[in-house]
Write a protein that binds this ligand. Structure first.
Ligand code: 6PG
Length: 240
């Protein structure tokens, strides 16, 4: 596990953008394509915009990349809170990514069917029931959730790689999410976490008591995981 802490969120995002490009170039060189599960929420938007911007857009063979979503809000794709919608606006459309390279959750189905359908599409794409993404991008909620692995939810108990529907009582909404075993299959996992509002969650994940039911990001395995953070988010961690 590598904890990269920068003075500002902009620096963290720029280094993660370079990491994304390098990981993609390595995978495309070795396997001919790169599979990435994008994270949602607000933090990654600036990363996606940077990747689609003049500094990085010519550094990757974008038509060799398949885009997936580590979790999705159970809303229409056109909804302002859709993770797919955010990635479409900030990354996929600006790079003219073809539809056949984009694997979004079909939220027109009932929640459990949407999860089963997505899981089957992953199994079909990777031709295995243990899909191994080249890269899974993650964020961290201020309650130490990641993807849609929320505290106290049944998805936290799952032991086989898969996708599940998660009822999030606190938000009174459904989510569709990779479970921890699926995330942990990835060759590379990268967290992007910045801002003082994440400091307590970072402390719980890095140095709090071992309680994944309360702090679900603790489920994400340590090796092959790189954190890209700013000083505000790591302010409560012991000085390294
Ligand atoms: C989501 C994300 C979620 C997110 C964290 C952090 O759908 O919301 O997948 O896990 O990464 O909640 O969100 P922010 O980046 O908005 O703080």
């Amino acid at each position: 596990m590598t904890l990269n802490t920068f003075g500002t969120r902009e620096e963290a995002i720029a280094v993660l953008a370079r990491y994304f490009v390098q990981t993609a170039q390595d995978a495309i060189r070795e396997d001919g394509f790169f599979s990435v599960a994008l994270s949602g929420g607000s933090s990654p938007r600036a990363l996606y915009e940077m990747l689609a911007g003049s500094q990085f857009r010519d550094k990757v063979i974008w038509n060799r990349i398949c885009f997936f979503f580590g979790d999705e809000r159970y809303v229409p794709a056109t909804d302002a809170t859709s993770n797919y919608g955010m990635a479409k606006a900030s990354l996929l459309d600006p790079l003219s990514i073809a539809q056949e390279q984009i694997f979004r959750v079909d939220t027109s189905l009932p929640p459990e069917d949407a999860a089963d359908n997505y899981q089957q599409r992953l199994f079909d794409f990777f031709k295995t029931e243990e899909p191994r993404f080249d890269l899974v991008l993650l964020g961290l909620g201020d309650n130490a959730h990641t993807a849609s692995l929320f505290p106290g939810t049944s998805i936290l108990q799952e032991t086989k790689p898969g996708v599940s529907a998660v009822w999030v009582e606190a938000k009174q909404t459904w989510r569709i999410s990779f479970n921890a075993p699926l995330i942990n299959e990835a060759r590379h996992i990268a967290f992007l976490v910045f801002g003082p509002e994440k400091a307590a969650a970072m402390q719980h994940v890095f140095s709090g008591d071992n309680n994944a039911n309360l702090y679900p990001a603790q489920l994400i395995r340590k090796e092959h995981t790189a954190w890209f953070t700013d000083e505000a988010a790591t302010a409560l961690l012991p000085a390294s």
